[in-house]
Design a protein around this ligand. Structure first.
Ligand code: ZN
Length: 123
């Protein structure tokens, strides 16, 4: 398996992922590569937009990128806090979504690595 370092277009987090995973994520988000946390947030946002009948993935990516930019001038720990708060609003639906996306890409490495890095920031 070839592994490449990918950088999140939203928060700048770097992850080592397989090329297959990287191109899968890019295909999902209009050519942008997002880390596990951002991808979850964008998928959630895109789902909400689809339900309401306005916009789609592209708008959700843009909305999340401006969300991340708001936190960029602050210490990284606040980015993690902001995202955790956002993700916390989603109830049990979250774990089901994570399992589904992990299955889809054949690996959950990207997501779990991102989560570990964010947990490390709490120290
Ligand atoms: Zn990110």
């Amino acid at each position: 398996m070839e592994v490449e370092s990918a950088k999140c277009d939203c928060c700048g987090l770097k992850e080592d992922c397989t090329k297959e995973y990287i191109s899968g994520v890019k295909a999902d988000f209009h050519g942008k590569w997002l880390c596990g946390l951002c991808a979850e947030a964008v998928r959630d946002e895109a789902g909400k937009r689809r339900q309401k009948g306005y916009g789609g993935v592209e708008e959700a990516v843009n909305a999340h990128m401006s969300f991340c930019r708001k936190f960029k001038s602050n210490p990284a720990v606040q980015v993690a806090d902001g995202m955790r708060q956002m993700l916390r609003r989603r109830s049990g639906e979250m774990s089901a979504a994570s399992a589904a996306s992990a299955k889809k890409f054949g690996t959950s490495e990207g997501t779990s690595q991102a989560t570990e890095k964010v947990k490390g920031l709490e120290l």
